[in-house]
Design a protein around this ligand. Sequence first.
Ligand code: DP6
Length: 318
Amino acid sequence: MEEFVACTNANIALIKYWGKRDEFLMLPTKTSLSVGLDALKTTTKVQFSDFDKIFINEQEVQGEAQIKVLKFLHVFRKKFKIDKFFLVDSVNNFPTASGLASSASGLAALAKGLNELCSLNLDFKELSILARRGSGSAARSIWGGFVLWHKGVSLDGSDSFAEQIFKSVHWPEFKIIVVVVQESKKIISSTQAMQITVKTCKIYNDWVRNSERRIRQMIDAIVDKNLEKVGELAQLDCLDMHETMRTSTPAINYWTDKTIKIIELVNKLRAGGIQCYFTIDAGPNVKILTLEKHQDQILSELKNIEDIKTIVSGVSGD
Ligand code: DP6
């Protein structure tokens, strides 16, 4: 039986995506910018099957994760007029569904695998548009390096795709320390949580309005390899996003006491002259943005906090 294997990396947004303007086409309200993580990988095997069957980390998936993938396979069949079912076998080398972007790398790998299996010859732009239909942030995981996902303006979503703006070689000293404080499933999926935010948060539109300026500032900071600028902007955007969640009805909070402990440690280290900044997605885990020269010192400070795991990552390659 013919099978294809595709590998992708997770990404974290330095300028966040949080909210859709079109739920069906998965079109975002704002442009976002991310960095790929070379240490966080998804490997996905796809083959034809009598019916759709999905395995993640060797377990047949159910619930929300299953629905997400089944919906994507349905969209895929319709879009490319393919009358086949698939066996999807996906393995992450990092905790799944705890806010570590497993759906981003998972759906991106699936899009790449299906492209090969069905001999579609899609280019990276088309793959990004396809992956977006599975999970918004997956549009960015098609690429490595620093990636920009354009929100686009067209109603059919044809201009809402991600593209690489810098390769990993642009900034090899840039490191991300992923601090896993909890490996279990998130309290509410990002899909549901962002719907609540868009519908009910009164400060949401202000954040969206500010974002194009922030994207431009972030690109300039990456051009200059200015960690202070990158870190300050990323922290600010992360805090703003979590504030939109907290001021939604019902209020959404992904942080735990441990999350706050790590934030406080990052702030303390920075005050002591170690360049480090934090960003947090839809979960309690924290990603510390830093430079290679500070990595060991940060890791040794993190050792004083119980029951956490750390993963050090560079920027993912092509
Ligand atoms: C907080 O891409 O997981 O990580 O498009 O509904 O699948 P869906 O959501 P998802 O949301 C990611 C949100 C985020 C921020 C980001 O990655 O930009």
